[in-house]
Design a protein around this ligand. Structure first.
Ligand SMILES: O=P(O)(O)OC[C@H]1O[C@H](OP(=O)(O)OP(=O)(O)O)[C@H](O)[C@@H]1O
Ligand code: HPA
Length: 179
């Protein structure tokens, strides 16, 4: 797996340091508010698992699965709900946890949906932001790292379902896409 990587963009150690900072920031901000932390599957799974362990407050978690990429590296533009939340959002303070904002289509869809479901507040926390990919105007409230205009994999992010289990973020060698 590691020999298929052109470069490591963000090491495991750097990721973990940043997640500790983000967790501390969120703990401060949401003290006594019992937020609902919503992970967007599948990509956000490793980030969410590590982030909530760095949040030293009472919180609730729920998971939603959506997909807009299918087997491609280009967004289809259509967001499909594969698994919905189990929790009512009415009056809740929501923290959406994402692995990456690229075109912004997934998150703009979710923010609208959660407001429609009468959430009290909706905050976006993303591990990675790729501003060059943006198709809709949406900005995260908290970002781990800004990444360049390249297709990145690892730590939740996949290429055709592979590489999600890498502990770092990297860029694949071009020949991997030609297989
Ligand atoms: O800003 P966007 O262009 O919408 O891209 C971001 C979304 O794309 C990826 O999910 P994907 O649809 O590939 O599903 P996955 O998390 O199961 O891999 C990623 O996990 C984000 O949810
Ligand atoms: O760069 C990316 N890598 C993996 N999945 C993604 N989904 C949106 N952008 C990306």
């Amino acid at each position: 797996m590691h020999d298929e990587m052109k470069e490591v963009l963000i090491s495991e150690e750097t990721l973990q340091e940043k997640i500790k900072e983000l967790g501390a920031q969120l703990s401060n901000e949401y003290q006594d508010r019992f937020p609902l932390v919503v992970g967007v599957l599948k990509g956000a799974l490793p980030f969410m698992a590590d982030l909530i362990k760095k949040m030293d407050i009472h919180l609730e978690i729920d998971l939603m699965a959506v997909s807009s990429y299918g087997a491609s590296t280009v967004s289809s533009g259509e967001v499909k709900i594969i698994k919905d939340l189990d929790t009512s959002l009415e009056g809740r303070d929501i923290i959406i946890v994402e692995d990456i904002i690229d075109s912004g289509l997934t998150l703009s869809y979710l923010v609208q949906l959660f407001k429609h479901r009468k959430a009290n507040s909706v905050k976006i926390v993303t591990l990675l932001d790729k501003p060059t990919g943006r198709k809709v105007d949406i900005k995260p409230d908290l970002t781990g790292f800004t990444v360049p205009d390249a297709f990145v994999v690892g730590y939740g992010l996949d290429y055709v379902e592979r590489y999600r289990n890498l502990p770092y973020i990297g860029v694949l060698k071009p020949e991997v896409y030609e297989k």
